[in-house]
Every structure is written in C-alpha cells, then in structure tokens.
Design a protein around this ligand. Structure first.
Ligand code: IMP
Length: 428
C-alpha cells in the first residue's frame, strides 16, 4: 500500500497528465484535490488524445476509481460536458467516479465578476483562464459559497442563491455596469445539473479513509504548479488554490500521516501562461523554438505559453515546500536540437545575488538570471525508454538538474506516449 501525491514544480503544464496516467496503472484510486476546469491534462493513448479538465485522467483506465475532492471547485456544466465527451469516446463513468459533497461549485456570477474585474485591472490583470475559479474560492473563504451538497438540496440551494444574487447583482450592475442574473433562470439551470450529478455525490473523505484501511494505493493528482499556489507562488499572479502537496491533505480529507511519497513533476525547461514574473523567460528565437517544438499552447485556453530555460531556484524551492521525495522530468526531447542549453542557478538584483527564490515580486520581475551553460546533445532522444540509450550530454544535463535540486529523478519522459518513458525506479 502506498499513497503518492503528484505536484507540478513550476508554473503548471509540466506534463503531470502523462505521469499520472503512467502511475495510474498501479493505483486503485486517483484523486483531484484542488483547482477546477482551469486545468487541462493531456493524455495520449495510442492515436487518441484526451484532454481532461476536471475528472482525474485515471478514468481512462478500466477498473480505477476516480474522486473529485472537497478542495476542487466544480463548474457543473463543464463537468457534465466532460462526462458526456468521455461517454461518447466509449469511456464509461458510473460507479467508478465520486464527487465530494463538500466541493464548492462555480456559479455564472463567478465568471461574470472575474471577467469584469480582470477588465478593470487593465495592465495589472492576472491573465486568468476566465473560468470563475478565483471568485468561487473567494466565496468559499468568505463562507458564502455553495457546495455540491447544497446544490442537490433544492430549498437550500434556492435560498443561498437568492442571498448571493443580491450581493453579486449589486456588484455587477452598480460597480461594473453590466447585466445581473435572474434568480429563477439560474435556479432552473442548476437544478438540471443537480439531477445529473446527484448519483456521483459521496463523502469522499470517508470513502478514501475506507480505501486506505483496505490497503489500496491512492494517487493524488495536483493541478497547476507550485509557483501558481496561492500561498507559495508568485502572488498575486497565482491561481486561488493550494497546488502544492499540502493541498492534497486539505483538499481530500486524507491526513498527512497517510501520505508516503510526493513526486514533483518538472519540465526540462520552463513555461508559464498568463501574467506574472518569469525570470528565465526567453523572448527570442530560442523561446519560439521551445514553444513550437514543445507544442506549448494551453490545453484549456489555447493561449501560447511563455517559454524559457530551466530555473533551478524555482524548482528547488518547489522541492522544499512540497517535500519532494522524487522527481519526474518531462519533455527532454524538446531540447534535442539546441546547440547550447542554459540552467538558471541564481538571480541578480540591485547588485545582490540570490541563491534561493525570493518572495518579493519586484525582485522576481527585475532580476537578471545567472546562468550555467551546457553543450546541447544535438541528437534525438525522442521515444527513448532506456537510460543507457540517452546521449552522454543529455545524461549530464539530467545529472546536473538532479544535483542542483538534490532530489532523485525517477522518471524521464521523452515523448507524449506512455511507452516514451524511462522509468528508473518504480513509484508504487
Ligand atoms: P485562474 O486559475 O483561472 O484563476 O488563473 C490564474 C493564473 O493561473 C493564470 O496565470 C492562469 O494562466 C494560470 N493557470 C491556471 N490554470 C493553469 C494550468 O492548468 N496551467 C497553467 N497555468 C494555469
């Protein structure tokens, strides 16, 4: 029995979807613990590509049980569309899927408020995915959120909605000057969702506690990444949840004493979507090369991702705040054609050198990265599944990353497909 948390070590899009899919083979339960349909996990099986936003990618393997934990915010419309899409592709979703009754839901006013608030911020906008994630979490913390258990109780739902709309419509109409929402319209729309979702609702904390008691393997699937975490990320340019490993406990109801391993997923270079500091960003032809070769376009919004060199400060900070026990490095093959590869080993700001990731936004925004340079291997690593078969210089790059972060690398990914992977140690 083993319980493993997977988290992203950078700004999301590290390739967690593929790693989760690989490890799912040995897991009995796969649990999402934070975020919402702002996430997009791409999984390629044979010649079929699946992009999942809310449902854990474990759903693609028969016999696995998938859970959306209490820490997730659920847009019922998006969830039902995802269920329908999977059903159409022949993936069955019945007694293998559970939603926490304590998860909060995203309402149409959350999306509307987010859109207007981003507009108002102008150049200071966060560059959100526009899914209503932040306002839904804001309501949760302000204790006015609506949970799944409230949604499936007609009377409770209507009353909470009535009260919330008074406030939300005030903001929308008076502050932003846009149309508010009509109680009956939203109520009827959401009652339709409630009926379709009712059968999936469970006390998932108890369900997981039982599973752990039975010795099952549980995989916790983090969304986004460490530097988008609301506490540990580049605040305020973050998402509104705890994407770090601690979120797996609070977002699922499984205590920290039950977690055995934390696997950090890191891309062989760095990407970021949306606004916010990104010290190693490349705004030149190398950045362009990484974007095209790495297909770096958002799985959720299609936005081009900002690309840059591997940042050892950002990753080693992630290793600490997550407590990584091992790492997976993805997309090594994207670096194949580069003559020179750089690794950021420090920042310089106002004449001062930083060897650890600072928390001040102005330092992160204004710093110069200090780079170490390595010769590229200029040979294909695409699809390689044995460590011995990697070019010598590619091994040196991996070794250097391992040395800088101080954590073993157990998995190296060299392509999108399951078999394009070097597995150095078994995780479960
Ligand atoms: P939100 O999560 O939609 O509120 O967006 C907040 C920030 O997180 C924005 O910069 C988004 O681009 C970023 N973000 C949210 N989800 C993801 C993800 O799955 N991958 C990468 N960036 C994300």
């Amino acid at each position: 029995m083993s319980n493993v948390v997977i988290t992203g070590a950078q700004w999301g899009d590290e390739g967690k979807g593929k790693i989760v899919d690989l490890l799912t083979e040995d897991a009995d339960y796969i649990v999402r613990y934070q975020g919402g349909h702002n996430a997009g996990h791409t999984v390629v099986i044979g010649d079929k590509e699946f992009i999942l936003h809310l449902i854990p990618s474990g759903i693609l393997r028969p016999g696995k049980k998938c859970v959306i934990g209490n820490g997730v915010v659920i847009d019922p419309h998006a969830l039902l569309a995802e269920i329908d899409g999977l059903n159409e592709k022949g993936i069955e979703i019945r007694d293998n899927f559970f939603i926490s009754g304590r998860a909060h839901i995203i309402m149409p006013y959350h999306r509307a408020i987010e859109k207007e608030s981003e507009k108002l911020k102008g150049s200071l906008r966060i560059g959100t995915t526009g899914r209503g994630i932040g306002p839904s979490y804001a309501d949760k913390i302000a204790r006015v959120g609506i949970r799944i258990v409230d949604l499936i109780d007609r009377e409770v739902f209507r009353e909470k909605l009535r009260i919330n709309l008074q406030e939300m419509n005030y903001f929308l109409e008076r502050l932003y000057g846009v149309k508010g929402f009509v109680l009956d319209d939203v109520y009827h729309e959401y009652m339709g969702y409630a009926e379709k979702l009712r059968g999936f609702v469970a006390d998932t904390a108890l369900l997981l506690d039982r599973a752990i008691g039975e010795g099952k393997n549980i995989l916790f699937e983090g969304a986004q990444g460490t530097h988008l975490d609301v506490d540990h990320g580049t605040y305020p340019y973050v998402t509104s949840s705890n994407a770090t490993s601690g979120g797996a406990c609070t977002g699922s109801g499984v205590g920290p004493t039950k977690i055995d391993k934390v696997l950090g997923v890191v891309k062989a270079y760095t990407t970021r979507v949306g606004s916010g500091p990104f010290p190693t960003e490349l705004k030149d032809s190398t950045g362009e090369y990484l974007r095209e070769r790495g297909r770096e376009y958002g799985a959720t919004t299609g936005r081009p991702r900002r690309c840059g060199w591997f940042d050892a400060l950002a990753t080693s900070y992630a290793a600490k705040v997550n407590g990584f026990t091992q790492m997976a490095i993805t997309k090594l093959d994207v670096l194949d054609d580069l003559e020179e590869i750089k690794i950021c080993v420090g920042y310089r700001y106002n004449g001062k050198r930083y060897d650890e990731m600072p928390s001040e936004l102005k330092v992160l925004e204004g710093c110069e990265p200090v780079y170490e340079s390595m010769e590229g291997w200029r040979a294909s690593t695409s699809g390689i599944s044995k460590y011995e078969a990697l070019p010598h210089k590619a091994k040196r790059y991996i070794e250097r990353v391992k040395e800088l972060i101080g954590i073993e690398i157990d998995i190296i990914s060299t392509g999108f497909r399951r078999d394009e992977t070097i597995l150095l140690r078994k995780i479960f």
